[in-house]
Design a protein around this ligand. Structure first.
Ligand SMILES: [Zn+2]
Length: 442
């Protein structure tokens, strides 16, 4: 398999002349900040004038007056679906899946998944995402692309109970054993039973047993559409969430994508078991799945992060746009412009998503001791003015786009430098993608 260049460790550096939006518990915004990076971790973030003397000698990276935020975390995607971007739009979910997406996916090879994932990594890095949760197949190839790109990811093999389910589970466990903690710790893994409607209760039982044995979290789709809930009621007399609870799924740490069609009882179940939700407003709108009751979930203490879902149903992986979608969707749905304010959207895309991936102790905020996953955004663009410190969170959510991102670090290593991808040959990726996408569509 053709591969991009491998990874190297990040160097120590001192980012100066930035405004830091830390997303720490106090929501600190620090103008005239310095951020010191040592050994891939944040050693200091705060006022430049209070920088400890022993950090002052680090090689300087000029922030040029930019704003620094924690790397955005995409809590749910299918990265290699970038190959299918624009291939099938404006169709009902079931028709979209069965007549277009599944037949095209059946033709995918491991090499396609490698290049599709690498394109996704390029797009995510370019738009300020430093970590993502992925569920797909040929995941060894996806992991190779993650490794090569320098991004961070929680990877899982999507499993259904159709066909040889035992073999699928065994292969997924092998994948977890091979890749958990790989790429210098940037790759973590989960087990991913695709959804209640594609996994039999017996299979779910097997997945739970193996996940418990291997100490793995679960990544699944849950309560995405009205149709899914109606089917669950007809088959089990329960909502999908009640069904999963009765099977014991929530005794494990669970990342559940969507949770659009949920009632008060479902939300209580999620809160009780600390089920963490990846909200995907762009995909939910495009597929007309509905509106997840995010403010209610948050008020009940449910952890909610933000994801893009795959590029076939979004159609980009821009987490900045996703923050705006999240805020605007709740406002129009509630008929209330105070619903889901900007700061909450930014929290969901950073700490919320980090919690979804169970990586909150390592990423999600700019704080000493955390990984140096840092994004700098250009304020020197018309859509970011007036660039007053007190307006920056608003600009980030309501006015910015991915192209405002100028610099991206993961583990202290620069992956995007002044708008240029460092680890990925974008032209080569584009050539491969166009050729492969055209042949998949034939
Ligand atoms: Zn999905």
């Amino acid at each position: 398999m053709m591969k991009e260049s491998g990874t190297t460790a990040g160097g120590d550096l001192l980012i100066v002349d930035v405004t830091a939006i830390t997303m720490d518990a106090r929501g600190s915004v620090c103008p005239d900040a310095a951020i010191a990076v040592q050994g891939g971790e944040i050693a200091y973030v705060g006022p430049a004038r209070e920088l400890p003397a022993d950090l002052a000698g680090l090689p300087v990276y000029h922030g040029k007056g930019r704003v620094a935020i924690p790397g955005l975390v995409n809590a749910h995607t299918h990265a290699a679906m970038t190959l299918l971007r624009g291939y099938a739009d404006d169709l009902a979910l079931q028709e979209w899946l069965t007549t277009m997406i599944f037949p095209a996916e059946a033709k995918l090879t491991a090499e396609d998944v490698y290049w599709g994932t690498l394109l996704a990594c390029a797009e995510m890095i370019r738009s300020g995402t430093t970590c993502f949760a992925d569920m797909y197949f040929f995941m060894d190839a996806a992991a190779e692309a993650v490794d090569a790109s320098g991004i961070r990811a929680s990877l899982s093999v999507g499993m259904t109970s159709f066909g040889d389910a035992a073999q699928k589970l065994s292969d997924a466990l092998d994948f977890c054993r091979r890749w958990n903690g790989a790429a210098g710790g940037r790759i973590t893994t989960m087990l991913a039973p695709h959804a209640p409607y594609t996994c039999s209760p017996e299979f779910i039982g097997d997945v739970i047993a193996e996940a418990r044995r291997a100490e793995l979290c679960l990544h699944t789709h849950l309560s995405e559409t009205v149709r899914e809930v109606q089917q669950a009621q007809a088959e089990w007399g329960k909502s999908p969430i009640q069904h999963f609870e009765s099977l014991g799924v929530f005794e494990l740490p669970v990342l559940a994508a969507h949770c659009v069609v949920v009632d008060a009882q479902d939300i209580e179940i999620m809160a009780k078991h600390d089920v963490r939700v990846a909200h995907n407003p762009g995909s939910n709108m495009k597929l007309a799945s509905g509106v997840a009751p995010v403010p209610t979930m948050l008020s009940r203490g449910v952890v909610v992060g933000l994801g893009t879902d795959g590029a076939a149903s979004n159609n980009n992986l821009d987490m900045i746009e996703e923050m705006r979608f999240a805020g605007l969707l709740q406002k129009v749905h509630a008929g209330d412009p105070t619903a889901l304010p900007a700061g909450e959207c930014l929290r969901m895309a950073t700490m919320g998503s980090a919690r979804c991936l169970r990586l909150e102790s390592a990423i999600g905020s700019l704080e000493p001791g955390k990984k140096a996953d840092i994004v700098l955004l250009d304020l020197d663009m018309p859509n970011m003015e007036p660039a007053l410190p007190e307006r920056l969170v608003s600009h980030l959510v309501y006015s910015a786009c991915g192209l405002n991102v100028s610099t991206v670090l993961v583990d202290g290593r620069i992956l995007l430098d002044d708008g240029c991808l460092v680890t990925i040959d974008a032209e080569k990726v584009a050539r491969e993608i166009r050729r492969r996408a055209a042949s998949l569509a034939q």
